[in-house]
Ligand binder design. Sequence first.
Ligand SMILES: Cc1cc2nc3c(=O)[nH]c(=O)nc-3n(C[C@H](O)[C@H](O)[C@H](O)COP(=O)(O)OP(=O)(O)OC[C@H]3O[C@@H](n4cnc5c(N)ncnc54)[C@H](O)[C@@H]3O)c2cc1C
Length: 324
Amino acid sequence: MSKKRLIIIGSGMTGITLASNLDPEKFEIQILDKGRGVGGRMASKTIFVDNKEFRYDYGAQFFTVRSKEFGDQVSEWEMKKLVKVWCNGFENNDGHNRYMSTNGMRDLLGNISSGLKIQQNQKVAKIEYFDDYWRLGASRANFESELLVITTPLPQCVELLKTIPTFDHHDSLDEIKKIEYKKCIALIMTMGSESNFDPPGAYQMMDQDWDFVSDNKIKGISPNTCVTAHASNALSERLWNDDEAKIKDQLVDKIKNRFNIKPEHSFLHKWLYAQSKKNLEGYFKKMNSYNNSLFIAGEVFGGSKIEGAYLSGYHLAKYMNNQY
Ligand SMILES: Cc1cc2nc3c(=O)[nH]c(=O)nc-3n(C[C@H](O)[C@H](O)[C@H](O)COP(=O)(O)OP(=O)(O)OC[C@H]3O[C@@H](n4cnc5c(N)ncnc54)[C@H](O)[C@@H]3O)c2cc1C
C-alpha cells in the first residue's frame, strides 16, 4: 500500500502532536510553518545584552493537565526531563500541578519534533485543489499532497481557505468565523538586579491591566534576571495601534509602579491571536468537500490552551490512523 502524502500547516503543539502520533507506515508527512523555529505560541528566546545571557518564555508560560491522554504524555516527558512541575498555583497553592518546559516552552516542541520533516520560513499563501491532490504555494517552494491539515489560529485558517479558487462556500465556515481571539502584548524586560518576586516567581493576575507576570530567572530558565509581563486583553486592545516606543513606555511605567522593579532594556511581542475566546465542539473539523481530504485542527477544538492543542492533534491522528 502506498503511503498518503500529508501536509500539516503549523509546527505548534497541534501540528507536532499530530505528526508524532500518525502511523509512519501510512503517511508521508511534511510540516510547513512560517515561523523561524517550531513552537508557534509556545515561544521562547535567548538574547545577549551587554554580554549577559537572558532566556525567556514570551507566549504560553505553563500548562495544566486534566485529561488522561495528556496526563500520560506529560508523565513520559517528565521522565525524560523535558518538563517539570513549576508549582501548585501562583498566589495560592490549590494542589494542581502547573508544568513548565525545563529549558523554555519552545524547547519541548524542539525536542519532540526531532526526526519529523519540517520546513520553517515557509509561509503558505495559496492553496489549490485538483480533484485528488492539493498544491500549496509557500514562501520558497510549492508542495503537493493528497491530504491537508491546517492548524493555524482560525482567522488565519479562513484566509488560507479563501485562496482556494474552487472553494466550496457551502462548506459551512460560519461557526469558525464567529470565533474571536484575545490579543496580548508581551513586554520582556532585562534587569541588572534581582526582582523581588516571591517564589515561584510569577503572578497570575488576571486584572484589568495584566494577565501574567513572571521572572524567568526564578522560574529557572534564564541565567540572568528578565521578566515577561503579559498585558491583559483590555490593555492590549487599548494600546495595540500606538507606535511601539509609546506602547513600551506605557507598559514599563505601569509595571514599574506595580512591582517596584528596575528594567534596563525592554522588548515587545504582539500576539494578534493569543487565545480563542470560545471553543468549538469536537477535537477537529473534517471539511465535507474535497473528497474528505481537508481537516482543520488546533487549540480551539480542545480548549484554548496547550492541553487543548495536544488533544486536537492526538485525536485527529487517531482518526486518520483508523481511516486510511
Ligand atoms: C501570550 C500567550 C500566553 C499563553 N498562555 C498560556 C498558558 O499559560 N497556558 C496554556 O496552556 N496556554 C497558553 N497559551 C495558549 C497556547 O500557547 C496555545 O493554545 C497553543 O500553543 C496553540 O498551539 P497550536 O499548535 O494550536 O497553534 P500555534 O502554536 O499558533 O501554531 C500554529 C502555527 O501555524 C503557523 N502558521 C500560521 N499561518 C501560517 C501560514 N500561512 N503558513 C505557514 N504557517 C503558518 C504559525 O507560525 C504557528 O507556528 C498562551 C498563548 C499566548 C499567545
